[in-house]
Design a protein around this ligand. Structure first.
Ligand SMILES: [Zn+2]
Length: 100
């Protein structure tokens, strides 16, 4: 038999990688839908984690929060999306339209 059977992660195993979630941050609906675990919208994806500006500010004000996160939250589904599955599209939108 040579059925092209593709083994795709169906989410039944906790070891399955999360399906990639592409977020268009120039879209205000998506921008406010995906938040850091503390509910902020002004996070960024770095090379190895999610970094949140508002959490950083809270930390500087003495709150016991960390600006680095390993996942974000989809407010629509209450689902946590791991860093590795987050893909930012249109990242160089309105903010840096002038760059060469
Ligand atoms: Zn935050």
């Amino acid at each position: 038999m040579s059925v092209g059977r593709r083994l795709r992660a169906d989410g039944s195993s906790p070891l399955d990688a999360h399906e990639t979630v592409r977020i268009d941050r120039s879209d205000s609906v998506e921008r406010y839908r995906f938040v850091c675990p503390n509910g902020h919208t002004d996070w960024d994806k770095t090379n190895n984690h999610i970094w949140c500006r508002s959490c950083r500010q809270q930390a500087e004000n003495g709150d016991d929060v960390h600006p680095e996160h390993w996942e974000i939250v989809d407010k629509k589904t209450d689902e946590e999306i791991p860093w590795s599955a987050v893909e930012i599209s249109a990242d160089r939108g309105a903010w840096s339209a002038q760059s060469p």
